[in-house]
Design a protein around this ligand. Structure first.
Ligand SMILES: Nc1ncnc2c1ncn2[C@@H]1O[C@H](COP(=O)(O)OP(=O)(O)OP(=O)(O)O)[C@@H](O)[C@H]1O
Length: 260
């Protein structure tokens, strides 16, 4: 049984603006422990599809199953115990400490009004260490750099101990070292991962499989080598690219060629 199974999904915003398309005919799976990437141009529907996968956008047609259960037949709490989400936006509450933000990840597992147990605090501490934020627990979240905030949100997602992690452009604010560390960490962390990427070289290096979205439809899926061809990159992104094999690893390497 797949961890995440999306079948024949369609969705469009209630207040539809100018875009001439909607998410349509989406079939997507993530297997337990698999790292799956979602790529596509700006506005192709990546964030909208991720929202369908974590029970935020109700599909107009089609289904979303997690471990065999239809997520719309389950409560938000059931979903929060199994899916953690890391988005591009940061919490705006200026009074929160790093510890406060990370501890939110334990909420779905706690009974009403229960505080953090010793085991919760230990898990939070260990996870802050894993993401390189040892000793920052009492710092104000608002005072951190963009990259540090991103790592706090990753820690919040990890302490949720989900079966599936959904990440919207997880490396957005990170410098090269933390990009590599974060993705390396996620690949071996246990949960299945569904993540959107703009950096196709990172997607090629870390994803087991990729889905390509173009104007609301999946136009290709498979291993990075299957999907990331010069012809497809030109079709979907409208840019010439040179695709060869990375000199140090058996995955594709993309060099974008700027127009003459
Ligand atoms: N709730 C909504 N209401 C109105 N329009 C929406 C809503 N959600 C998404 N859209 C529109 O759907 C289109 C796809 O947006 P989406 O954010 O899913 O694309 P994306 O591939 O993630 O883009 P990017 O790479 O720029 O982050 C956009 O034109 C967006 O304005």
């Amino acid at each position: 049984m797949s961890l995440l199974q999306i079948n024949n999904l369609s969705w469009e915003p209630r207040q539809r603006q100018e875009q001439p398309w909607r998410l349509e005919g989406i079939d997507l799976q993530v297997e337990p422990g698999e790292f799956v990437g979602l790529i596509g141009p700006n506005g192709s529907g990546k964030t909208s599809l991720l929202r369908c996968a974590y029970r935020f956008n109700p599909p107009d047609t089609g289904t979303v199953h997690l471990s065999g259960e239809d997520i719309w037949q389950q409560t938000p709490r059931w979903v929060a115990r199994r899916i953690a989400v890391m988005l591009q936006e940061f919490p705006q509450d200026f009074g929160l400490t790093v510890m406060d933000v990370v501890a939110m990840g334990r909420t779905p597992h706690q009974s009403w009004f229960a505080g953090d147990s010793a085991a919760d605090l230990q898990l939070i501490e260990t996870t802050l260490q894993q993401v390189g934020l040892t000793g920052k627990g009492n710092h104000s979240f608002a005072s951190l750099s963009g990259g540090e905030k991103q790592r706090v949100l990753l820690a919040r997602a990890l302490v949720q101990q989900p079966d599936l992690l959904i990440l919207d452009e997880p490396t957005n604010h990170l410098d090269p070292r933390f990009q590599l560390e974060l993705l390396q960490h996620l690949r071996g962390a246990g949960p299945g991962v569904l993540a959107s990427f703009h950096d196709l070289n990172l997607a090629a290096a870390f994803c087991d499989r990729l889905y390509v979205l173009d104007r609301g439809r999946i136009v290709a899926s498979g291993t990075p080598a299957d999907v990331l061809t010069e012809q497809r990159l030109e079709q979907v992104f409208g840019v010439h690219a040179l695709v060869d094999t990375h000199p140090l690893a058996p995955h594709p390497r993309i060099t974008w060629i700027s127009p003459a």
